[in-house]
Design a protein. Sequence first.
Length: 137
Amino acid sequence: MTAKKYLQQAYYLSRRIDDAKDELARLREQAYNVASVDTEKDKIQTGVACTTSAAALEIVELEMRINKQINEFAVKRNEIEKNINKVQCEQMKSILLMRYINFKSLKEIARKMNYSYVHIKRIHGKSIHYFEKNIDF
């Protein structure tokens, strides 16, 4: 695995958590929007309780999966941060932390550090190369 792919793992775990949370919100909305029953019809279809309990079970299972993903994310993020902190150069370390722990874009990092985007992009490339050669991950 390349250094860049290693460092990006926390970001992709975070995205999966966000996607799962969106799905959870959608499931909750569906579960709370129970259709009204039309008593004017000859037949009243039952099964609302089954549908509701199935939806509740799906919600609980998804919440458990999200909690597991959050734990995985925390462990991976801490591991990555620990390895970034092994970088000797403070400038490189700052760029790597902002990019791969705080998920900032290179443009945002450039603004924050008061450097040009091109300069940050160049230092970021050097930081990745340094990380690849000098840090055991």
